[in-house]
Design a protein around this ligand. Structure first.
Ligand code: AMP
Length: 280
């Protein structure tokens, strides 16, 4: 496994692979890897001949009041896990390597980034699109794998690739969960023992959505209201949003139907967790 720290080295390696007609897949991450990330790597292996994992805590997607400084990091463990998973290259640049001090070009997305997480994190997706675009360019990715855990991010990246005719195949990966149903996340380490129990209300909310759908209920309003009631009864939980939207357009739906994304964001203590389910 190769370790690359500079854009130049990363691009040169990817170019050499392309000159051998090898297909390259990228798994972009912020590190502190868990089984969710590893599942993306395994999917990447099925999609390409060479797999690159990028580990970069991207400063432009954090607002000043968010957890950029305290975001968990463990480069040595990440490298070890990547090696075990047969990753061909890990790209671990410094922020100074990725962003020019006088960088002046950015992205705006005027629809999908305005809803759900975009309401409380208004600049987040601009930062995500910028870094993902740069990582695609640097790694020459033919394919890139993104988790459905971040369903809004996936929808926005698909939109970017569509609207800008980017030659990258976007591959979605299912959500990986802990045994008790909590979606894996690097941020779960922030949770205390009590908070870890409270956090199960997210999974419970999705179970309610799944059950309503299986029972043939179609009212998004009553499902949202039931979920809000259940989460409100958990004293350590504060709802950011509970919404039912179309999984591609992220427009609110009033009638539950196939491809409805039930998405929730809840603060457990100081930790903001997201989770979702797509009804099918
Ligand atoms: P992050 O390091 O949190 O930025 O995540 C990097 C990638 O891993 C993103 O595409 C996430 O959607 C994906 N991911 C994170 N957690 C999970 C999970 N529990 N299941 C599936 N994919 C995940």
């Amino acid at each position: 496994m190769k370790l690359l720290k500079t854009k130049e080295d990363m691009s040169a390696l990817a170019d050499s692979w392309h000159s051998e007609h090898l297909r390259v897949a990228l798994v972009p991450t912020m590190g502190f890897l868990h089984d969710g990330h590893l599942s993306l790597i395994r999917i990447a292996h099925q999609k390409a001949d060479r797999v690159i994992v990028s580990v970069f805590v991207n400063p432009t997607q954090f607002a000043p009041n968010e957890d950029f400084a305290s975001y968990p990091r463990n480069e040595a463990a990440d490298r070890e896990l990547c090696k075990k998973e047969g990753v061909h290259a890990v790209f671990i640049p410094d922020a100074g390597e990725i962003y020019e001090p006088d960088a002046s070009i950015g992205f705006t997305e005027s629809s999908l980034s305005k809803v759900l997480c975009g309401k409380t994190r208004p600049t987040h997706f601009q930062g995500v699109l910028l870094v993902v675009n740069k990582l695609f360019n640097i790694t020459r990715a033919d394919a890139a794998v993104f988790g459905m855990k971040d369903a809004q991010q996936l929808a926005i990246i698909r939109r970017m690739v569509r609207d800008l005719d980017m030659p990258v195949e976007i591959v979605p990966a299912p959500i990986v969960r802990e045994a008790d149903g909590l979606a894996m996340s690097s941020r779960n380490v922030y949770l205390s023992t009590t908070e870890r129990k409270d956090a199960l209300c997210l999974r419970q909310a999705l179970d309610m959505a799944e059950k309503a759908w299986a029972d043939g209920s179609t009212s998004a309003e009553s499902l949202i209201s039931d979920i809000r009631k259940m989460i409100s009864a958990v004293s350590g939980a504060a709802i950011d949003y509970v919404e039912a939207v179309d999984a591609d357009t992220l427009e609110a739906v009033s009638t539950l139907r196939s491809n409805t994304l039930v998405a929730i964001a809840v603060k457990i203590g100081k930790t903001r967790l997201i989770d979702n389910i797509v009804l099918n």
